[in-house]
Design a protein around this ligand. Sequence first.
Ligand SMILES: [Mg+2]
Length: 269
Amino acid sequence: MMHPRAESDQNTTPFDAVVCDIDGCLCDENGGAFDLTSLAQIREHNERAISAGDRPIVTVCTGRPIGFAEAMTRLIGNTRLPAIGEMGVWLHHPHNAQSELDPAITTEHLESVLGLENHFHEVLRHEGVTMQPGKAASVTLWHEDTEHLKLRVFPSVREICEANGWPFRVSMSWYYINCDLAHISKASGIARFKEITGFSSDRLAGIGDTTSDLAIREQVSFFACPANALDEVKDVADYVASKPEAEGVVEILSMISEMSASDRGEEVH
Ligand SMILES: [Mg+2]
């Protein structure tokens, strides 16, 4: 088991880690340019967390492919804690730059993924549907006509999964159909993270903005949202930032750091 912090540091901060979603939290949903000013502040937070041990390290938990999660992890200077990618399919370990598939994903599960990918190549691709590249054990589909995706493609994908006995949880977000293995989620990813780090729920904070982040909420003792979060996510948050996206995350981290300092009776720098 890996214990990234020394035992003596365990109780000097209210949390050991902050598990943060990426899209809508560290960057925008629509492919916009990175807010480097805010991301640099998050990196400074992490550098201090690692060197002084006086605040929790921020890591990421995302539905994006693991390569994107690795890049964001390096950008925000988390060199210690595992990152969770592809909705819990992967953990990426910064200390040895290796990514690890959840051992609960079997060869049989991967055959179901191949079956659905083949259905995409044989049928859906010719109907104007695209598949997000870079995923290993989940399938994410998009069509420029969101109504068509919702009313035609979504039910047909559910049907083909049922007919073939492929064990997917098929869900619809704003612009995508997400097909995730039913036993894998952000929650199962965080459970593995806890097993490896030895951190318990009461030592974790989380940040998220949409419904898949409700699984983060379940696994942490303190949950916060940027201002752009969906109402149903804000409703279960302990704190909602006044600012959106990465600026909101900076605001949340500064609030968490104040909690750390007030526990120790110190001024915040
Ligand atoms: Mg999000």
